[in-house]
Each structure stands twice: as structure tokens, then as C-alpha cells.
Design a protein around this ligand. Structure first.
Ligand code: ADP
Ligand code: MG
Length: 252
């Protein structure tokens, strides 16, 4: 049995007839939070959506192994059932469905059933109690949207959480709340995470291991997250991966 929860092998992905990702190799161990860096438009969200198996993201080569099983051709619903969950970069507004209803759905509860005290505890921690009867994300601020998204994701009890820029458009207070709950969940359950970020702040709250850089359709460098972040800040993405190509070790 592989020691990786997620093992992506030689993956190429096409969207609307264009190859966006080429020959991606990424192995995320059990119980590790992994970071994915890359400039805007490099394909980070595409990679997360391909892992979820959204229909417009067509795998043209390679495979995705999750928890020892080949999920490359499985529908999204099956992947969610197996324990993969995503928090979107831009959580959509959903009119006509209340936040409490989606929380019940995540928990497989019937509409007439109530949530458990532990669920209200999480809702209160993320300051969402007064939003429960509002339409999902409609009129929510950036931070409120991300907080609602994180609660939905955690209620599904995933083994792998995919976080697409959880820190973008979020104030420092919301970011702290979100990060604390994510770290608590990861510590308690031993799950893994793949976190896309441009900001260093989240690395101060969530214990991360390795990171990689997505540039020119493929992944480079598999080193310590804080080291890579500092290098990108200092010299930019392109120089950051040059360093690896020259065989200079950033940090092992
Ligand atoms: P990132 O998240 O790294 O900023 P994305 O994965 O969103 O990048 O996008 C990568 C590239 O794929 C971009 O050039 C984007 O325009 C293109 N792309 C993403 N989704 C679609 C789509 N549904 N249709 C056409 N092109 C897309
Ligand atoms: Mg993106």
C-alpha cells in the first residue's frame, strides 16, 4: 500500500480543448499539509478541480490515485464520498438555499432534523450563527463567504482538503479563525491538505510540510514550504525554479 494519500502521476489536463496542465507529478503523504504556489493563471485551480473530477477538466494523460485507489475516471460525487473536499477560490452564491440547509446536507441530515451541539460550536467559532437563515453566500463579504465555505468543507469530514486561496479577500481576523479551525481539524483527524496560497500569512497558522511551484503548465520543486515562499518573494517564480534546475538544494 502506498504511503501517499494522493498520488498524481504524469497527469495532463485539458479544458475546453486547451492543455492547461502537463505531466504533473505530485505525491501528498498521509497527514501532511502541502502547499501549491504559482502565478495567476498557471493552473492551480485547474489542478484542484481536476482532482475533484469536475466534468470540464478532461484528463488526457496520467492518473490520480487516492487512498490507494485509481480515481482518474470516477465521478465527482464518488470522490467526495471517498473523502475529497474542496473550498473554492470564489465560493458561489446560491439563491433559494439557506446556509443551514447546506450544512444539513453536508451532514446527511433531513430538513426537519437539527444540528448537533458540536456543529453549532463550529458555526459559532466561525461567527456564522446569524447567517444560518440567509441564502448561501448571497451578499456575504469576502471573509463571510470563506468562513461559510470552510464550515461546509469540514462538516463533510474529508480525508483530503483542497483549499483554493483560503486567504484571498479575507481580513486578518477571519483568516485566523479559518486557519485555526483547519489546523484543529487536521490535527484531530490526521487528514491531509493541499493549500493554494499567494500570501505567507496562512503559513504562520497552519503547519505545512513541503510545497511545490506550478509554472509553465507543470510542477517544479518539492521542498519546504516556508523556504519556497521566501525564495519566491525574493526572486520570483521563474528564478525560484531555476534554482532547482541548477540542482541547488533549497532545503530538504
Ligand atoms: P490559477 O488558479 O493558477 O490562477 P487557473 O487554473 O484558474 O489558474 O487557470 C489556468 C488557465 O486555464 C488560465 O489560462 C485560464 O484562463 C484557463 N482556464 C481555466 N478554466 C478554464 C475554462 N473553464 N475554460 C477555458 N480556459 C480555462
Ligand atoms: Mg486559482
Amino acid at each position: 500500500m502506498s504511503s501517499y494519500l494522493l498520488d498524481i502521476q504524469n497527469l495532463s489536463v485539458e479544458v475546453e480543448g486547451t492543455v492547461i496542465l502537463e505531466n504533473i507529478n505530485l505525491s501528498i503523504p498521509y497527514s501532511e499539509s502541502y502547499v501549491l504556489f504559482g502565478p495567476n493563471g498557471s493552473g492551480k485551480s485547474t489542478l484542484l478541480k481536476a482532482i475533484m473530477g469536475f466534468p470540464s477538466y478532461k484528463v488526457v494523460n496520467g492518473k490520480i490515485i487516492f487512498d490507494g485507489k485509481d480515481i482518474t475516471n470516477l465521478p465527482t460525487s464518488e470522490r467526495v464520498r471517498m473523502g475529497i473536499s474542496i473550498a473554492y477560490q470564489h465560493p458561489p452564491e446560491i439563491k433559494g438555499i439557506k446556509l443551514i440547509d447546506i450544512f444539513k446536507f453536508c451532514l446527511k441530515k433531513k430538513p426537519e432534523e437539527d444540528l448537533e451541539p458540536e456543529h453549532y460550536e463550529l458555526i459559532d467559532k466561525l461567527k456564522l450563527r446569524s447567517f444560518l437563515n440567509r441564502n448561501i453566500n448571497v451578499g456575504f463579504s469576502g471573509g463571510e463567504r470563506k468562513r461559510s465555505e470552510i464550515v461546509q468543507m469540514l462538516l463533510l469530514k474529508p480525508k483530503l482538503i483542497l483549499l483554493d486561496e483560503p486567504d484571498s479577500g479575507v481580513d486578518i481576523e477571519s483568516l485566523r479563525l479559518i486557519s485555526q479551525e483547519i489546523q484543529k481539524y487536521i490535527t484531530e483527524t490526521g487528514s491531509s491538505a493541499l493549500i493554494v496560497t499567494h500570501q505567507g500569512e496562512i503559513l504562520n497558522h497552519i503547519t505545512t510540510g513541503r510545497a511545490c511551484v506550478l509554472l509553465d503548465s507543470t510542477i517544479h520543486c518539492y521542498k519546504n514550504s516556508q523556504e519556497i515562499f521566501n525564495t519566491i518573494k525574493d526572486v520570483g517564480f521563474a528564478k525560484c525554479i531555476e534554482c532547482q534546475e541548477r540542482g541547488v538544494k533549497i532545503n530538504d
